[in-house]
Design a protein around this ligand. Structure first.
Ligand code: UN1
Length: 493
């Protein structure tokens, strides 16, 4: 079995703890991918010392030259797309079409970041005084701590690491312990593309490593995607230590279907939104809000179509839905189905761990539909992170909007209708960071800001142009070439 190492201070090294964990395939737990370091705080401390040295050099490299390295990263990812997709499916389960999309999102992010190296715009504005110049520009911050989840093993690290690098920061990267192989290959590619070794540090491990990163005094900026519970802890520490922090956490995203919608289109949308990635996206559709007039026929069609989804190994052709990530997820999903039934919901489909040929050694759960769900029930309010869809019946668009907005999260929402007026009302009134019209709740594009309102995040956005502001500090410069003391707000009034 292959043993993988951390990448610290420019070398592949064993963890200070001497401990390793096994990484297995969730579709077949007998398939062991390798042993990965179970690192500790001492490894993080070493990584930070080295990253600080890396930062001193990296921040002096012109941003276009930093961007050129990321362009090469994009080219290598493009050439190796198929192979990386395969290893990602092997370690986290989603079907190959989806892991190909995940790699593509990384490629898109690389090429966008490469060009951003030639922009990183500031502002030049007139001064209120004569013979005086006023402008703002962007400066790097330092060592960034990057903590990422399992569900997008490549795309999410690229969302964070590429803009961090283009802005001139060094990175300490801790991939989720479920997907360390993708993290390893990603760092190899960064190095192959010419990233100076001390600018990236890879420290594998569990929450202990995450906590060491969050608590390290020489890591002034942190980006975390994961559970709301962990995000709250990260936020407490970051607040106490005055760190800059971007949080991307839970969702309870809804697809609304009104009576006038194209029903087959809406059906394709919800199948993809709810059961794609086995429901394990922050953007997954976990609520379906149906208007009274189409409710019954839509549920009937949905039940039929969802029951035909083929569960299996994501590396096999014909698989629609892969496994969930581990045994704990199965237990959590089972608990939520019970909670839903206890609250009075009806089980229209699934509800159990899936058995059958080819599924014996993996963590498979049947696509599950709960109907008769009422606003306020726990299955309508809490993130489940699995293939479970809660269906709520409403009388009109107003009620649908109220139900959509009645949760503590606010990542994405979706509305199916032919009515342009209601569509524009929705994009204004739905409390989400992203609203889709006649498209599912998943599928955000890399060149637009990504993130949610309320308890989904803390106000920052990833992707697009906005993320570059997170990874850089605004500096303002005034140049007075008058040769005389000019007192702002005084000599000119
Ligand atoms: C996530 O679920 O954490 O919009 C990210 C989407 C993907 C990214 C999802 N592009 O569904």
């Amino acid at each position: 079995m292959t043993t993988f190492q951390n990448f610290i201070a420019g070398a592949w090294v064993a963890p200070s703890t001497g401990n390793y964990f096994e990484n297995t395939n969730p579709a077949n737990t007998a398939d062991v991918i390798g042993r990965f370091p179970k690192s500790g705080a001492a490894d993080v401390a070493k990584a930070v010392e080295s990253a600080k040295r890396g930062f001193e050099k990296w921040k002096r490299m012109p941003a276009p030259a930093r961007g050129d390295i990321l362009r090469r990263v994009g080219e290598i990812l493009t050439a190796r797309k198929e192979e990386i997709a395969d290893l990602m499916t092997r370690e986290m389960g989603k079907p190959l079409a989806e892991t190909r999309g995940d790699v593509q999102e990384g490629i898109d992010t690389a090429f966008y970041a490469a060009v951003e190296g030639r922009r990183l715009f500031g502002h030049t504005v007139p001064s209120e005084l004569r013979a005086k110049w006023a402008m703002s520009f962007r400066r790097p911050i330092g060592v960034a701590g990057i903590i990422t989840p399992f569900n997008f093993p490549l795309a999410i690290p690229t969302w964070k690491i590429f803009p961090a690098l283009v802005c001139g920061n060094a990175c300490i990267f801790k991939p989720a312990e479920d997907v360390p192989h993708t993290g390893h290959v990603f760092v190899e590619i960064l190095l192959e593309a010419g990233l100076p070794p001390e600018v990236i540090q890879l420290v594998h491990g569990d929450g202990e490593v995450g906590a060491a990163i969050v608590n390290h005094p020489d890591i002034p900026l942190l980006s975390f995607t994961g559970s709301t519970e962990t995000g709250s802890k990260v936020g407490e520490t970051a607040g106490r230590m005055h760190k800059r922090l971007s949080l991307e956490m839970g969702g309870k995203n809804a697809q609304i279907v009104l009576d006038d919608a194209k029903l087959d289109l809406a059906l394709d949308g919800v199948l993809w939104g709810a059961f794609g990635t086995t429901g394990q996206r922050c953007t997954a559709t976990s609520r379906l809000i149906l208007q009274d007039g189409i409710h019954d026929q839509f549920v009937a069609k949905l039940q039929e179509r969802a029951s035909q989804l083929k569960l299996g190994d994501g590396r096999k052709a014909g698989t629609d839905v892969g496994p969930v990530i581990h045994a704990d997820s199965i237990a959590k999903i089972e608990r939520y189905v019970e909670i839903g039934l206890g609250e009075g919901a009806e089980l229209t489909l699934g509800g159990q761990r899936a058995h059958g040929a080819g599924l014996e050694k993996g963590f498979f759960f049947q696509p599950t539909i709960l109907t008769g769900v009422k606003a306020g029930m726990r299955v309508e309010q809490e993130e489940i992170f699995g293939p479970v869809l809660s269906v709520v019946r409403v009388k009109d668009a107003d009620e649908a909007f109220r139900v959509n907005n009645g949760v503590k999260y606010g990542l994405s929402s979706s509305l199916y209708t032919q009515d342009v007026n209601i569509s524009f009302r929705a994009i204004n009134e739905l409390d989400n960071g992203i609203t889709y019209i006649n498209a599912p709740t998943i599928g955000a594009e890399a060149h637009l800001p990504f993130g949610g309102v309320k308890q989904t995040g803390n106000g920052h956005r990833e992707g697009g142009w906005e993320v570059y502001e997170f990874y850089s500090e605004t500096k303002v410069a005034y140049i007075d070439y008058s040769g005389a003391l000019q007192r702002a707000q005084i000599d000119n009034y």
